[in-house]
Design a protein around this ligand. Structure first.
Ligand SMILES: Cc1cc2nc3c(=O)[nH]c(=O)nc-3n(C[C@H](O)[C@H](O)[C@H](O)COP(=O)(O)OP(=O)(O)OC[C@H]3O[C@@H](n4cnc5c(N)ncnc54)[C@H](O)[C@@H]3O)c2cc1C
Length: 640
């Protein structure tokens, strides 16, 4: 048993869980609003998915094509999400993204430039104009570097004011959060802090705070073939559920069309969409550019139908339609899946992606340095000379913590906020490439601002915020329980089976019978997990770390499977073989997941109705492909 008296304790105004783009931006904003903030990161500082982002940040600055503006970006985002996005989040995102990119530049980010010295922007799937601000194919690295630099600058200011570098902003790396604590009853129930442990030593740390921001990223590590790394076990999603919050859109997972398929040891590793944005074409084993066979009706008017027109678009985008390789990711992933299934795949079970015939070798090496290096080192393939083999990989979760669109406050839990990939609603059923990095900045900033305001609100009411010793003791006992079991199996075996189950039965193409089978298996895994044991001590013990993550993984996987079973249509990242069409009726519905004592329930909730002003940005003929007549009438689109 842990001695509570000896536990390391801190008091901050705002605790941010996660040091990716969303977490760092939230912490900077909380500090800018005069609050002390702690940033907790499961991995090393700087090691987050944000740093792995390759292609760029979507923002309608109009630097490469001055026809771009927030309205076009908003329209593309809604189309990409198949109109299931929270319209208000998509609106705020499109309006504020340019300011967030310029702010990043003011803080020291060195973006690639256009010939006339502006921030360069590149093409990406689903974006009407070149829109992604980028730094080669290492944009995330520059973004994280800049946000970290900003934190250091603020710490230097704090040193001058208080004599202490870390008085306003302190980073705790390799410090994993296992629990969010609550205090108060009824209307006064609110967040009180979090419990974390130092990964190297295995000792516990208690943080008390009025506000907590969840910025823990995605859930992709529950799938076998994934671009996600070990941290992405859905901790924030699960902890939000456990303290009374809800999740939205959990059935929508993005399977990125292009992951490496070979060598097996790196199967799933991402091949950035920039390869297609910069001219890469997809072909099957017969040499056919198959994407022309897969342009869905809703996108017919926006994509080229012949190779000649698609090729002309690269030099004359104003007078030609885009190549279908640049359709939104869900469409391209399904098309690749169908080609491989039809026996037209490559030797290693993917399709070919070739940029070598479009661009000279030195340009490829300059524009796609990481991709060149990745293929050369891992597969001995020189992408300046030959094609890559690629196939779908689990990449991103559109679903996440249900939040207020303006403040990022978690629905139903006072003092809890969520931003970035851990929050839901913004991307609807499918995210456009580049829209995550901009989402992190726009909503990370908002989360930090409103988390700071919440601190004033609580203190203004004269309330104290403390974690009860009983709650702390219970959380410690839970965390240490795997050491107390004599019999039982290793968490690795259970995680392996979960990844297999999710990949095979709740993957890119789904059917009711397979999802039901997955739910039975998840229940069996839960039984096995209740008896899971770990060996060794608490100092750097990855088996124990996994034992703490696994319950969260299983809970979130169950949410994904249950929501996937209920939604009887195919839309964006959710494809049901038994319900292959999009349904106007289902488009009006969000599935909201809650969990009480690990018992998961799902209710249907109406999607908020888009304002007439925003609806007026689309042609009625386009909206009618997604909406019922009744809805169209209620939007008064016709009179605009
Ligand atoms: C290979 C790759 C390439 C990508 N390229 C692009 C791109 O070009 N453009 C784009 O827009 N998007 C891209 N994405 C998606 C994008 O990078 C992510 O969606 C985004 O970075 C998520 O940011 P975040 O701040 O929400 O979380 P992350 O950056 O994932 O950070 C999460 C943080 O939470 C921490 N954490 C998790 N659980 C805990 C816990 N229990 N306790 C403490 N800390 C915890 C982690 O350690 C980490 O610090 C890419 C993703 C990948 C994997």
């Amino acid at each position: 048993m842990e001695n509570i008296e000896r536990i390391e304790r801190y008091k901050f105004d705002v605790v941010v869980i996660g040091a990716g783009g969303a977490g760092l931006r939230a912490a900077i904003e909380a500090r800018a609003n005069g609050k002390s903030a702690a940033v907790l990161s499961k991995s090393l500082f700087g090691k987050a998915h944000t740093v792995m982002a390759e292609g760029g940040i979507a923002a309608s600055m109009g630097n490469v094509n001055d026809r771009d503006n927030w309205q076009v970006h908003f329209g593309d985002t809604m189309r990409g999400g198949k109109f299931l996005n929270h319209y208000r989040m998509a609106e705020l995102h499109a309006k504020e993204a340019p300011d967030r990119v310029w702010e990043l530049e003011a803080w020291g980010a060195l973006f690639d430039r256009t010939k006339d010295g502006k921030i360069s922007q590149r093409n990406f799937g689903g974006h009407e104009y070149p829109r992604l601000a980028h730094v080669g194919d290492r944009t995330g690295l520059e973004m994280i570097r800049t946000l970290q630099q900003r934190i250091v600058a603020l710490q230097q200011e704090d040193k001058q004011k208080t004599g202490e570098f870390e008085s306003g902003l302190k980073v705790f790396a390799e410090c994993s959060v296992t629990k969010i604590f609550m205090t108060g009853e009824g209307d006064d129930r609110r967040v009180a802090g979090v419990l974390a442990y130092w990964r190297p030593s295995g000792t516990f740390v208690l943080f008390e705070s009025e506000s907590v921001v969840i910025a823990t990223g995605g859930i992709g590590k529950s799938f076998k073939v994934t671009s996600n790394s070990w941290e992405y076990t859905g901790d924030g999603h699960a902890m939000a559920l456990e303290c009374g919050g809800s999740l939205v859109n959990m059935e929508f997972l993005q399977f990125h069309p292009t992951g490496m398929v070979w060598p097996l040891s790196v199967k799933g590793l991402l091949v950035t969409e920039s390869v297609r944005g910069d001219g890469g074409v997809l072909t099957n084993s017969e040499g056919r550019r198959f994407m022309f066979d897969y342009i869905p009706d809703v996108f017919k008017s926006k994509y080229a139908t012949t190779e000649e027109e698609a090729d002309r678009w690269y030099t004359d985008p104003d007078n030609n339609l885009r190549p279908p390789e640049l359709l939104p990711r869900d469409e391209v992933a399904r098309a690749i899946n169908s080609e491989v299934k039809a026996g037209r795949g490559t030797p290693h079970g993917g399709v070919f992606l070739d940029v070598s015939k479009r661009l000279p070798a030195d340009v490829i090496r300059a524009k796609l340095p990481s991709m060149w290096h990745q293929f050369k080192e891992l597969a001995d393939v020189d992408i300046t000379q030959e094609a890559m083999e690629v196939g779908p990989t689990c990449h991103y979760v559109m679903g996440g913590v249900e939040v207020d669109p303006d403040t990022q406050a978690a629905v139903g839990v006072k003092g809890l906020f969520a931003a970035g990939e851990a929050s839901g609603g913004m991307h609807g059923s499918n995210r456009l490439g580049g829209n995550s990095l901009s989402d992190l900045l726009v909503f990370g900033r908002r989360a930090g601002q409103f988390a700071a305001e919440h601190v004033d609100e609580v203190r203004g009411q004269g309330k104290q915020t403390h974690v009860s010793e009983a709650d702390l003791q219970a959380a410690l006992d839970w965390a240490l329980a795997p050491f107390t079991r004599v019999e039982g199996e290793s968490p690795y075996a259970i995680q392996y089976d979960l990844q297999d189950t999710m990949n095979a039965l709740v993957g890119i193409i789904r059917t009711a019978s397979e999802i039901e089978e997955a739910l039975v298996k998840i229940q069996e895994l839960k039984v096995r997990m209740a008896n899971m044991k770990v060996i060794g001590g608490r100092a750097y013990n990855p088996g124990w770390h996994l034992a703490l993550d696994l319950p969260k993984q299983l809970l979130v996987s169950q949410c994904v499977a249950m929501a996937a079973l209920i939604r009887e249509e195919s839309r964006g990242g959710h494809t049901r073989e038994d319900f292959p069409e999009m349904s106007d009726e289902w488009r009006k519905v969000n599935l909201i997941v809650r969990a009480e004592a690990q018992e998961v329930t799902i209710v249907k909730q109406s999607l908020p109705t888009m304002t007439s002003e925003l609806a007026g940005l689309f042609d009625e003929s386009e909206l009618s492909k997604y909406m019922t007549l009744e809805e169209l009438d209620s939007l008064v689109v016709r009179t605009l």
